[in-house]
Ligand binder design. Structure first.
Ligand SMILES: Nc1ncnc2c1ncn2[C@@H]1O[C@H](COP(=O)(O)OP(=O)(O)O)[C@@H](O)[C@H]1O
Ligand SMILES: [Mg+2]
Length: 220
């Protein structure tokens, strides 16, 4: 089974990925936790961009010091995330599924649709974003962690660390609205919404119930 967790920054996708994999293992189900951006080479590049660290080209002689340019455009980011996704599938997800593991990923292709559309041209970008991800295996279950963006911002502040590229209040508000409404954007896909403002234990219990229900259904 291939499970994806989605939600805005601070909704708890990392916390709940770890909780779900622990619960699966406790139930005797071999499970593998992973995330996007992935641990692979394209993922490393994306993390570097998100953190605002820039590699400057060598300084040409006789000219002033080079200044770092702006962050790559939403479309460049979309292509990097799509490349990372296919590499992530080939290098990690598909081999783990082939070995019979249940794979839980902290973010997947709906993150690309959400973040790159909302940081770019909005809903008009969605068909292209879906197209460049069309070779990505569909998850068997997508869990969407819904949360008020101000609660998520408080959690991020408590977590500490430096602010990343997409962690701006206005964008996070748009992302929260997008995730809450995701079924309308993808009427054919199926989502399980989870109220992520509850305690981590309550959220984990709701996710565990959803996973057990999905496991009881036939797979195609
Ligand atoms: N249900 C919850 N209630 C309160 N705090 C939480 C909950 N889930 C996660 N946290 C805390 O909030 C912060 C953000 O959680 P995290 O899992 O890192 O979110 P994300 O990966 O979605 O950005 C962390 O410090 C985490 O310990
Ligand atoms: Mg996280």
């Amino acid at each position: 089974m291939f499970i994806a967790l989605e939600g805005i920054d601070g909704s708890g996708t990392t916390t709940q990925t770890a909780r779900l994999v622990a619960a699966l293992r406790e139930a005797g189900i071999a499970a593998h936790a992973t995330c996007e951006p992935s641990a692979g080479p394209v993922g490393a590049l994306i993390r570097q961009i998100l953190a605002g660290r820039v590699v400057l080209p060598p300084e040409p002689t006789g000219q002033g010091a080079r200044q770092p340019g702006p962050a790559p455009s939403w479309a460049s980011m979309a292509l990097l995330f799509a490349a990372d996704r296919l590499d992530h599938l080939d290098a990690e997800v598909l081999p783990a599924l082939a070995r019979g593991r249940t794979v839980v990923t902290d973010r997947y292709d709906y993150s690309s649709v959400a973040y790159q559309s909302m940081s770019g041209e909005g809903g008009a970008a969605i068909p292209w974003l879906r197209d460049i991800n069309r070779h990505a295996r569909r998850p068997d279950l997508t869990l969407v962690l819904d949360i008020d963006p101000s609660v998520a911002a408080e959690r991020r502040a408590l977590r500490g660390g430096t602010q990343e590229l997409y962690e701006r209040a206005a964008l996070q508000q748009q992302l929260a609205a997008f995730y809450a409404d995701i079924d309308r954007y993808f009427p054919v896909d199926r989502f399980t919404h989870v109220d992520a403002s509850a305690s981590a234990d309550v959220v984990a219990a709701k996710i565990w119930r959803s996973v057990r229900e999905r496991r009881a259904e036939p797979f195609d």
